[in-house]
Design a binder for this molecule. Structure first.
Ligand code: C5P
Length: 246
């Protein structure tokens, strides 16, 4: 199984092309523990984007957000795990059988390719969602209740971690056990993000205090006037927590 230092900083390489991802990665690499390849890159250059980013020497977080019938997710997870992926995501809303299938597919693909098994991380409720978004999709429950329910489902399905908003961390503490807590929606006090769609965001300090294991940061680094300095500032907070923990 892939080992990732905790807590850690993952930067989302949300760029139109791999060349642009590599250009920004060159500026920030010394401060980054994990590079995240999300749907934007995966759907511009496919699995090749994972291979190229893995060449930077950090674990790759393939934010694939799988969600389909169990057999299809099994096959997708198996194919994904044949690439050098440190962790990948599935939507826990896809249900227990689907999450279990993702885990089994990851084992099969990685062992066939002679690679460590990627961590399988279940998205609970997207950080951009609030109660109104849930209600509009037929889920008439508070965000906290849905996060709690889907965290239990991740545990029961044998997943390695969850994705939740920083504001959800108090809800999952005491419930998530050893699940790795992957936390997007990070907004440093000094960051200015244009047209922000994250509705449940917090600063890195609050997220770390609340138990975040992997901080996922995109635009506060990518849109910063000096991405290297922005990544370094967040990394210094993460590293000081890691040293306190160690
Ligand atoms: O730019 P920003 O810091 O908002 O980027 C957050 C990243 O985390 C994006 O790549 C987004 O796809 C991802 N993400 C998220 N919420 C989740 C899961 C992943 O924002 N629940």
């Amino acid at each position: 199984m892939t080992k990732i230092p905790l807590p850690s900083l993952a930067v989302a390489l949300d760029t139109p092309t791999v060349d642009e991802a590599l250009a920004i990665a060159a500026e920030i690499a010394p401060f980054v523990d994990v590079f995240k390849v999300g749907l934007e890159l995966l759907w511009s250059e496919g699995p090749a984007s994972v291979e190229v980013v893995a060449g930077l020497g950090r674990p790759v977080f393939a934010d694939a957000k799988l969600d389909d019938i169990p057999r299809t997710v099994y096959a997708a997870a198996r194919n994904l795990a044949r690439h050098p992926v440190g962790m990948f995501t599935v939507h826990t809303s896809g249900g227990r059988d689907m999450c279990t299938a993702a885990r089994e597919g990851a084992e099969e693909g990685a062992s066939g390719a002679g690679l460590p098994r990627p961590l399988v991380i279940g998205v609970t409720v997207l950080t951009s969602h609030d109660r109104a978004t849930l209600v509009a999709t037929g889920v008439d429950r508070a965000v906290a209740e849905v996060v709690r329910c889907r965290t239990e489902l991740a545990l029961e399905s044998g997943l390695d971690g969850i994705v939740c908003a920083p504001t959800d961390l108090p809800v999952v503490s005491g419930l998530a056990g050893d699940l790795v807590r992957v936390v997007p929606g990070i907004r440093p006090a000094e960051a200015r993000v244009g047209g922000d769609d994250q509705s449940r965001a917090s600063t890195p300090e609050v997220a770390l205090d609340s138990g975040a294991d992997v901080l996922v940061v995109g635009r506060p680094v990518l849109q910063a006037p000096d991405p290297g300095a922005a990544a370094e500032a967040i990394a210094s907070r993460v590293i000081s927590r890691r040293e306190d923990a160690g």
